[in-house]
Each structure stands twice: as C-alpha cells, then as structure tokens.
Ligand binder design. Structure first.
Ligand code: ADP
Ligand code: IPE
Length: 245
C-alpha cells in the first residue's frame, strides 16, 4: 500500500477561487492505477481552502462571521473531495471521502476510519479541512500534510508520495530564484519562503513533515504532480524529484 498527498498547487490553481484542474487529477490517478497496488489519498485545499481561510481569519476564535467562513470552507473542501472521488470512479476505483471536520479534526479517529475503509477494500480519500476546537473555543485547520504524517505512522505504507507543482524540494524557492537547485536528497541547506495565500505553512512545514515520515523508516518522494509519469520512474536512474530516507 502507498500513501499519496495531492498538493493543492497541483489539483487547483492556487490564486483562483475554486479553480479545479480535472485533467491533472485524471492523469495522476491514471499513473497511480498503473502501479497495481492499493493506495490511500489525502488532498490539500489549494484555492478551495486557503483563500476563504485567509479572508475569514481561520484558524481563529469562534465568531459569528467566522461561522459563515467555516461553513463555506467545509462546503468547498467537500466539493473538491467529491470531484476527486468522481475521477477515481471514472477509473473504476472505489474512492470514499473521509472528512476530518466530521471527526473534529481528531487525527487518531480520522486514521482509524481511513484504516477501516482500506481494510474493506475501499480507497479512502481525506483532505485538509476546518474543525472545531471546543476546549479553546476556536476554529482550526488540519492540513493534509499533518494527516499524511499520522496515516504513515499507523498504516505503515510502503512508500509516501507528495505531489506539488515543482520538481521537488530545492535549495530555495524555484519560482523566485531561477538558479535554484533541485535537491535529489533532502539536506539542511534548503531555505523556504512563505507563499502568499497558504495558511498551513507551505514548503517549510512540508519539509519538516517529510523528515518526520522518513524518520518512521518509510521512504518519501517529493515530486512534480504535473509530470505524473515520474510516479512510475521512482526506481529508475532517470527519476526526477527529491527522495527522503
Ligand atoms: P502544496 O500546497 O501543493 O502541498 P505548497 O504550495 O505548500 O504545496 O508548496 C509548493 C510551493 O512551495 C512551490 O510552488 C514553491 O513555489 C514553494 N517553495 C518555496 N520554497 C521552496 C523550496 N525550497 N523548494 C521547493 N518549493 C518551494
Ligand atoms: C488546507 O490543506 C486546507 C484548508 C485550507 C481548509 P493543505 O494545507 O493540505 O492544502 P494545500 O495542499 O497546501 O493546498
């Protein structure tokens, strides 16, 4: 079994509210299917999550205004999830959405539900989502990356793949620095700049999550979701991406 995070930067256009990229998703699912092995998916929010989260100030204390934001963001995330499930079904893959908000963002419970779906021969698909933090009277956001870490801990996948819109982890932001160098293996020289609308930490947080997963003994690949054929070149010399062991 393998575990895949579909980054919001691949499945949506991050700067355009609710702009889905159906072709990118279809192509990725086509490559995952070729692997001929069960998988668990987690997807990010992209422009279905971050734009409204920023606009409404979520995460933040519960207020009347934020209640509206919470409802809108969860609605948008479920819609994005349904589009991915539709893509899976188009490929005859039995995808089932598992929304974190329904479990109050409790990572253990979400993971248990994912596990049970997997054991029943289904393909669970969870995502970054809003949730209620009752103890502190706040609305929070769980990122898809946090979920992947917990799932890796419990499900012990053979490999984990993070797909974003760049070739992997570079020594600095490749969108700003044309001379940025792709790191074939993650080391400590990388620097990360914050990306405008991201409310969950961007590449900096991702790099630390990836290290944590590798620390469990699972190899992690960070690769370009816009060139999904690379998912099937992982063990070849020609593979382009960052490997974290
Ligand atoms: P996703 O939301 O798809 O999971 P992010 O948008 O959080 O991914 O992260 C990908 C983005 O991180 C890239 O588009 C890139 O511009 C930015 N970035 C910043 N620093 C780096 C770096 N050192 N290496 C790779 N990408 C970086
Ligand atoms: C964000 O999830 C979810 C919301 C903002 C509601 P992620 O942090 O996993 O999303 P991406 O991959 O960065 O877009």
């Amino acid at each position: 079994m393998f575990l895949v995070k579909l980054g919001g930067s691949v499945i949506t256009v991050k700067g355009r509210y609710r702009y889905f990229r159906p072709k990118a998703v279809q192509e990725i699912i086509g490559e995952l299917k070729k692997k001929g092995e069960p998988f668990v998916l987690v997807h990010g929010g992209g422009s279905f999550g971050h734009i409204k989260a920023k606009e409404y100030g979520i995460p933040g204390a519960i207020t009347e205004v934020r209640k509206m934001g919470y409802s809108i963001i969860h609605r948008d995330m479920v819609e994005l999830n349904q589009r991915i499930i539709n893509s899976l079904l188009d490929n005859k893959i039995r995808g089932v959405g598992v929304p974190p908000a329904s479990f109050n963002g409790d990572l253990e419970k979400i993971t248990q539900a994912m596990k049970e779906h997997m054991e029943a021969g289904l393909f669970p698909v969870s995502f970054g989502d809003v949730y209620i933090n009752k103890a502190e009277n706040r609305f929070e956001i769980v990122s898809g990356d946090d979920l992947v870490l917990e799932l890796a801990r419990v499900l012990r996948p053979r490999e984990v793949y993070f797909l974003t819109d760049v070739d992997g982890i570079y020594d600095r932001n490749p969108k700003k620095h044309h001379d940025a160098v792709l790191l074939r293996e993650l080391n400590d020289t990388a620097t990360f700049e914050h990306v405008g609308t991201d409310v969950t930490g961007g590449m900096l947080k991702k790099a630390s999550t990836v290290r944590d997963i590798a620390g469990l003994g699972t190899t992690v690949y960070v690769l370009n979701g816009n060139v999904p054929s690379r998912l099937n070149q992982i063990n070849s010399k020609n593979f382009i991406g960052t490997v974290v062991k």
